[in-house]
Ligand binder design. Sequence first.
Ligand code: MN
Length: 597
Amino acid sequence: MDLDAGRGAAMGGALPTRPGELPLARRLRSLLSWPTADTDPVSHLVRTHRTIHPGTEPSVLRRAYTIADNMHRGQFRKSGEPYITHPLAVAQICAEIGMDATTLVAALLHDTVEDTRYTLQALAEDFGREVAHLVDGVTKFDKAFYGKAAEAETIRKMIVAAGKDVRVLIIKLADRLHNMRTLGVRSAASRERIARKTQEVLVPLCDRLGIQTLKRELDDVVLLHLEPDEHARIARHVHDRPGWDAYLDEVVTRAKSALRRSRVDAVVTARPRHLYSIWKDTVAGGHAAPFDLPRIAIVVDGPATDCYAALGAIHGVWRPVPGRFKDFIASPKNNLYRSLHTSVCGPKDRTVEVLIRTEEMHRSAEYGVAADFRFPRSGGGTAAARSEQPDWLRRVLDWEQDTADPAQFLESLRCDLAETQVQVFADGRQVVLPAGATPVDLAYELGTERGDHCLAAQVNGRLVPLSSELDEGDVVEIFTETDAADGFDADVAPRGPRREWLGFVKSPQAQMQISRWFADHTEPGISIADKVRLGRATVGLALRKHDRGLASDLPLLRLSEELGYPDLETLLVAVFDRVIEPDTVVRQLIDLVDHRQ
Ligand code: MN
């Protein structure tokens, strides 16, 4: 995503140039100053990457940089810097997380297709399909052609692309982080708008992917732009805390010797909270002064059982604060975060927070899905293939399939990201649901059939109303009409879902499936406008099956002419009424686009 580029090259318009500088002079200067070690713009990136992946051949990074640099030549950021500084910084962020060379190449080129004359096809020929897929995933639909739907469609496309390769989202997050770091040059209004959007969608996305190392900086930079005074206040507090470091040193030393006595090998470090996290706790607790407890992390050398041994050692020295122990090893958080958390009454009677985890848990707590790339396991297959699709992403992609309207998809995504979640047990497995979810939500999560025909529910062995809210750890059993046939009175069983369910279900999945059931089972009083909208959505869905999308209505318009329809709307209504099959439309559309351009 770019916030700054002139769209010059791509749209064939005038290129923005720095006043008073001739292109030739600039080109000469860049020729003269390249590639001695000191001024070589790529060397820092290569160095960072090779510290983590020593085997990589750097030439592909240089080649990607050279093309990106050529393509963006003449474009400048709002700050006045050459545009290429942005993709280079994005690649640097990816390198610091430990991403592979493919990601870095895609990061260097991530804005070329959107903002320059470089095409996706040329990119695929030069760097391969993987890189092309990554760049395409972060390329926006054009507002000029797609209008208001552009933003929602873009996010949807990115999520679908991430379903195939999660690196799309990592590049997107790095892109946004750099844009947020450099927001200073923009007006107060657009700073606030962009920071707000980042907080709404990208920060929770980052959290779901478990990449804490990125999330901490995103959190802090959002706070800086939304609450500058608060950011300054917390930063000042962290900067001058008398005796803080000495106190933490003492805690670390004493924790180390306690562990040694219990024969637990571990690395113990002070673990300061980031500014946003301090601010959040301060506000949540209603404290006047910034509220921040000293915190240490214990990373044990051995297996998970060593974490409990370490916990015993720590509780043996300092009394645990009641109610503060949490076992995220036995019940991991939904982003797969695993650790033991406890608070103890430390030296001088001050409360100290303690995190305990294994090395592997530490890696995935810091890097989340990126850990697969930073610490590649030996064995066949690329890291991308081995990296598992997070549950969360799989769930979003499930209901993405059922949402025709991109705006509705974005709204559901926003809700899903904003919700805190609960885990319940059903059918012998853990199921993650939005907080406030009901047995009906659970039934739909277990399958559309179960949802449509759910009759009653037991929570922890007791029958409850279908509208009751589920709590963390509940064991739930769902009874359906099929079960009723051999137990309940089948005659009183209502067929299908009930309308009032729409009033209390929480998950997008349940809402959509219930609405779909009523749409299928009620007489169509559907308007032409609805038919046009649904016809368009049907074509969009069919296109996605072929990994294609529509950047504009132009091809559809041409096709409707070619097929003899008076206008585009009539074609879309025909698709809705199945006068013409969506697959037929899509086949001809792809033909048209591929052979006429
Ligand atoms: Mn960008």
